[in-house]
Design a protein around this ligand. Sequence first.
Ligand code: CP
Ligand code: NVA
Length: 331
Amino acid sequence: MPVNLKGRSFLTLKDFTQKEIFYLLDLARDLKSKARAGIKGDTLKDKNIVLIFDKSSTRTRCAFEMAAAQEGANVTFLTNSQMGKKESIEDTAEVLGRYYNGIEYRGFGQKIVNELAKFSGVPVWNGLTDEYHPTQILADLLTIQEKIFKPLSHIKVVFVGDARNNMGNSWMIGCAKMGMHFVALAPKSLWPDPKLVKEMKEIAACTGGKIELYSNVDLAVKNADVIYTDVWVSMGEEAKYAERIKLLKPYQVNMKMLKKAKNPHVKFMHCLPAFHDLNTEVAKEIHKKFGLKEMEVTDEVFRSHHSIVFDEAENRLHTIKAVMVATIGNI
Ligand code: CP
Ligand code: NVA
């Protein structure tokens, strides 16, 4: 049966089969070639989309806007709306569903995107919630396909740091679905929710994937193809710097950790933004308060030949475009 994602929301990768995820990756690759050849598309011609951002963003917002522009859609950027303050999610969804063909939401609880999808009657795309960041995983998978010459099912990804955040959760789901080997490397208190781990282990048992949790660096990173990290403190958790620095300092991604993979071709990945130097306001504050010059990754690793972070960032555009084209496009 051919894959048809028309009318579907993209809330978490849990809702998608391996075949559907491969379909989105193939579509993203085609759209990337088209964009690189300078061909203006019309797969989203006359479509209207709204982008709701209740948290900061550079990549996700720009990727949605550029993808829409390149394929002919009109965009409304919405921040500081009435939603959740003077108007319920349900009522807002009803209204937006009457104006738009698709809704992107970045913000807090997963419950919010779920409700938008339930009540708007149009596809809703998760641009990051506290729990999940599924469009990021699509970009990461495409980047791995481009940079590592092995099938996804032969790839070992080690997610280091706050393994129960939106990225840790989403990577575990992505690996389970794609039959990959996923390792969460974190202190036990930051391991993912046991319920989600159990659910993903059951999926992995069917796809040939493997899910492991470690707090020992040496055991975790051996033979890694990808060492992935994210910020130690996610958006909305800013009060937690002291606690997280204490917990995660031994888990900083540095050259010593990369060498422990015993794989000269090991790749370093990060969804970005990353704290790898002192060139940001927050990094300067942290340096003043805690004396750290780098946090989750050293500048040396970030700028090394192992690092494919900007290829990843570029692929946000092509994979987000694929999600919109597949769910509301004229194809
Ligand atoms: N990776 C990512 O989601 O980046 P932004 O926060 O800049 O959108
Ligand atoms: N875990 C991070 C991801 C940013 C793209 C956050 O939620 O802030």
